[in-house]
Ligand binder design. Structure first.
Ligand SMILES: Nc1ncnc2c1ncn2[C@@H]1O[C@H](COP(=O)(O)OP(=O)(O)OP(=O)(O)O)[C@@H](O)[C@H]1O
Ligand SMILES: [Mg+2]
Length: 255
């Protein structure tokens, strides 16, 4: 669905990404891993239309493209869920589900929201993904972090995303809530979406990933398919195994 070849991006003199090859396939989870500053968010910003790339080629469905805005990306079916989730905490779940795409009837100044329809549709969409929300009318701010991520995923699926990009969806979550989110990632994959999962956590990546790309200082240091890489290798590549050994020596204390 998406193919990057030799893609790079510089912020003025700072080369944040260089020579990245990446392919996003339908029905697969592509994991992008890397430490702070590795270039993960920059890579997402290219694919979601926030920053156009400054080098290399970007193909969507085999057609060369430069995305000029997030709207361009959405029109092509690329939906991004950012870590800070643009939700309105005090508005009900269904209202957030339709935020920016409200169903209305009539014309200004008599335009009205089709409330009953939106409530029903949001509820069905969440149920279809197996997401349990006690009350579709409760303010979204009262949901747990994992539930909020799940609603965002269901929303992208409902509005016809073909590619779903998630920036650190489990970063602020505990073990149980992370599991919840990972399940919906798998559900989106099973529906045939191409999922891009950005994460610091090799365990989470390894649970759902079909394909792993590790970035370091803006370059690819590992690119492997599931089966060609073990969790240990992934962890070592991620943290720089040597760095951890070094740290262990430095912090060693007498028993
Ligand atoms: N708007 C910007 N202007 C200048 N430099 C930037 C900008 N955004 C990012 N950078 C630089 O690009 C590099 C990659 O940053 P990026 O945010 O992509 O990293 P990341 O892998 O997402 O890190 P983290 O795990 O901390 O989110 C960093 O060196 C960063 O300082
Ligand atoms: Mg980031």
């Amino acid at each position: 669905m998406i193919r990057l070849s030799g893609v790079g991006l510089s912020y003025g003199p700072i080369r944040a990404l260089h020579d990245i090859d990446l392919q996003v396939n339908a029905g697969e989870v592509t994991c992008v891993l890397g430490d702070n500053g590795a270039g993960k968010s920059t890579l997402i910003k290219i694919m979601s239309g926030l920053h156009p790339h400054t080098a290399g080629r970007f193909h969507i469905d085999d057609r060369e493209t430069v995305l000029r805005s997030p709207r361009d990306a959405l029109d092509l079916g690329i939906a991004t869920v950012y870590q800070d989730l643009a939700v309105v905490p005090l508005m009900p779940v269904w209202r957030n589900f339709f935020l920016g795409s409200e169903l209305t009837t009539g014309r200004f100044p008599l335009r009205r929201l089709r409330i009953r329809e939106m409530r029903g549709t949001a509820e069905t969409a969440l149920n279809d993904m197996g997401i349990a929300v006690a009350d579709i009318d409760q303010p979204i701010g009262t949901l747990s972090g994992g539930q909020r991520q799940s609603v965002a995923i269901a929303r992208a699926v409902h509005f016809g995303a073909r590619v779903l990009i998630l920036d650190e969806p489990t970063a602020a979550l505990g073990v149980h809530q992370s599991g919840v989110v990972l399940r919906y990632i798998a559900a989106a994959r099973d529906r045939g979406l191409g999922v891009v999962l950005v994460t610091h956590n090799p365990h989470h990546a390894h649970l759902v990933g079909d394909h792993f790309v590790v970035l370091k200082l803006g370059a690819t240091v590992l690119d492997a398919r599931r089966g060609a890489v073990t969790l240990d290798q992934l962890t070592a590549q991620m943290s720089g195994g040597d760095e951890l050994t070094e740290l262990a020596r430095e912090l060693r204390r007498p028993a």
